[in-house]
Ligand binder design. Sequence first.
Ligand code: XMP
Length: 333
Amino acid sequence: DWIMGNYIEEAVQKIREQVGDEEVILGLSGGVDSSVAAALIHRAIGEQLTCVFVDHGLLRLNEGDMVMDMFAGKLHAKVIRVDASELFLGQLAGVTDPERKRKIIGGLFVDVFKAEAEKLKASGGGHKGATFLAQGTIYPDVVESGGTKTKKATTIKSHHNVGGLPEQLGLKLLEPLRELFKDEVRELGVALGLPPEMVYRHPFPGPGLGVRILGEVKKEYADLLRRADAIFIEELRNTRDEATGKSWYDLTSQAFTVFLPVKSVGVMGDGRTYDYVVALRAVQTSDFMTADWAELPYSLLKRCSGRIINEVRGINRVTYDVSSKPPATIEWE
Ligand code: XMP
C-alpha cells in the first residue's frame, strides 16, 4: 500500500546515503529478518551487496536451494553459498550435550562466516572490498540487548545470534530494520516481493536440526528427520480448519518434528521392523515464553503418521508431544 511504498522509498534513500559507493556483506540464514533486510538492501544498492549463506547441514528439506532460488534466482542478488555441512557434522560427532552442541554450532557458524567476510573485505571481487556488515536486527532485539527486557528464554538456552561481529571484523554496521517490530518486518517483506510463505514462516532456531535430533547428531538422522518434518509441515499447510478457514500451519505458532534416536518394533507387510521414532510438536503461543500444545485434529495427526511411516523408511513410529511450556520447553533440547 501507499504507506509501505513510502516507507520503502525512505528506507532505500537512507541506505544509499549511509553506504555511498561502498560494499556491504550480509549473513543470510533463510529466516525472516535476514531475508527482509537482504531484499531491502538489495533494492537500495543492488550489486554493492553480497550475501553469505552458511549451510551448516542442519537445515530443513530443500531449504538451502530455496534460499538460493529466491535470492540469487529471483532477486538476482549476489549470494555466496558456503556448504559447511561436513565441517559441522564432523565437529558434532560424539557430542550429546545440548548446550555443547549449541556452542559448537554457534562457534563454527561465526568462524565460517568470518572467514568469508575476511575474503570479501580483502577482495570484493575486483572492487575495493566490503566495509559494511548488514544485520537483520529488529526493534525487539535492540531493546533486549539494552537489558530493558526481563528474563527471557535465551538465558535458559544459549542462542547463537551473533554479537560483536562487526567490531571483530572491523566493519561498519548497517541495520535497516532496527526500528521495526516483527509484524512490520513481515509487511515490508511482502511489499518487497518476498513470498508470504517465506515471510510468515514459523521461527527456526539458529542451531537448526542440531537441537531437534536428541543427543548425537548424525547425517543419517538428519536425513530421516528432514523427510518426516517436510511431511508434517506440508500436511499442516494443506489442512484447513473449517471454522476459521485458516491452515493449521497458520493456526500454530511453531511446529516441527523431533528425531528420537531410539528404536522400537513394528510390523510392515509380513516382516518385523526395528526402526526409529519421531515426535511431532506443535504449539500455540503469543510470546514463546509460555506455550500450549496445539489441539490438532486427529484426522490430521493420523494422515501425518500414516505418511511418515509409509514414506520414510527407517521410521516406524510417530508420537505427538502433549506437553505445554512450562514445564516443558518448546524445543526438546
Ligand atoms: P524453548 O525451547 O526455549 O524455545 O521453549 C523458545 C523459542 O526459542 C527458540 N530457540 C532458539 N532460537 N537459537 C535460536 O535462534 C537457539 O539456540 C534456540 N533455542 C530455542 C525456539 O525455537 C522457540 O521459538
